[in-house]
Design a protein around this ligand. Structure first.
Ligand SMILES: [Zn+2]
Length: 186
């Protein structure tokens, strides 16, 4: 009785193993190009290549300001993964997390992040009023030091500058700066 049960369950296990191997072999036959197989092999073992969707995340570090942006794309398929593996097989910035169905691509670019490219605000650098890139919540580097000593401004204006005063264009910036200069010369 016991041994029959054992035989039954071991037969089942062999069947499962056999089925898994056939799926794996079939998967590899489907991947026709030997180059693709070669580069995909670098990342994964054959049994975990799924037919489903993958997620791609591009982590871009913008070197001018140091800010990072992550672009997520949930639409990728296993085909994209295979292609990406072939294209980036030798790139250390390309990471495939097979268990999570996730591809991470790290890129460094010699440019500003979108926020620093578009936005400016007035703040304080050292003692002086300054123009900074980005937003008060995510400040970028100082772009311009203004010859106005923030230390001698009234508290409310100084606090505004500490929090950051965004402006939309050059005219708005000059208006704020003229207002601040006026407070000092009064
Ligand atoms: Zn930035």
């Amino acid at each position: 009785m016991k041994s029959r049960k054992f035989r039954k369950s071991s037969r089942l296990i062999f069947r499962i193993i056999g089925l898994t191997l056939s799926v794996v072999v079939l998967g590899f036959i489907l991947m026709k190009s030997p180059e693709i197989i070669q580069s995909v092999k670098q990342f994964i073992t054959p049994s975990v290549l799924p037919p489903g969707r993958w997620q791609a995340k591009t982590h871009t570090t913008h070197l001018f300001c140091g800010h990072a942006q992550i672009i997520r794309d949930d639409s990728k398929t296993a085909d994209f993964f295979k292609e990406a593996g072939a294209n980036h097989g030798k790139n250390p910035n390309f990471e495939v997390r097979t268990n999570e169905h996730l591809i991470i691509y790290r890129v460094k670019k010699n440019d500003w992040c979108n926020s620093c490219r578009r936005n400016r605000f007035l703040g304080i650098q050292g003692e002086n009023v300054a123009v900074l890139r980005g937003t008060p919540l995510q400040p970028g580097p100082v772009q311009e030091i203004i010859n106005i000593n923030a230390g001698i401004l009234p508290d409310s204006e100084r606090n505004d500058l500490i929090r950051g005063i965004p402006f939309a264009n050059e005219r708005e910036k000059l208006e704020v700066l003229e207002g601040l200069s006026g407070l000092i010369s009064d």
